[in-house]
Write a protein that binds this ligand. Sequence first.
Ligand SMILES: [Zn+2]
Length: 249
Amino acid sequence: MSPEQILKELIHLAHELGREDRQLVILGEGNLSADCQDGTFWVKASGSSMAEIDENGFSRVRFEPVLEMCAWNEAPGKQVMQGLRSALLEDGMRQPSIETFLHAVCLHESEAKFIAHTHPTAVLAILSSKLGAESFMHHIFPETIPICGRAPAIVPYTEPGLMLGQAVRRSLQTHFEKYGEMPKIMLMENHGLVVLGISAREALNITRITNKWADILLATYALGGPKYLSSEQVDKFLHLLDEQIHKDQ
Ligand SMILES: [Zn+2]
């Protein structure tokens, strides 16, 4: 896919994520990115609204300088903004989102090609509660297992920007050490959701089902709390899926 085609898919994805009825983002919330597979990636420009975004709402950024900045210990905000500007592929493109670090890390460390970061109402309700992300550590219905992955990665609340990019990198590493694979979803406490998709379609599907998962989880608390699937039930379901895939091939 050419960078122009990838940008078209990103714009479509932003409009889908920005639909008001889905309650995933409002106003300037959220951001998204896609790998151009030439050492650069598209990322939402600062301040654009997902629902109304067009080509001018995205900037194309080089991976290398952004990943180098992720190794900085501490930097004043002005220096970070200047660093991001100098990572732009072309002068004249808009200031990339402050969450460009998070996107660079997710695209670089995983197989994902499209990263979608949203603040879904139901997910954020749980992530802002005393229970926090822990509620999502076990599945409550089987559909989330193949779509959202065995377990989410969790990021404790961290201020947006460079520090969050670093926290995301640590969380991905911890998750990989524990499960031997990269997550499909990342839950940022008191903040929101990050989805790592192979395609734009996958990023949208994972985001939507994670919000449905959160809706159901919230409802279970009115009925005595969630009845989680056991790890044996999860294994059995994954085994069944595996068999089905082999039969279909
Ligand atoms: Zn956010």
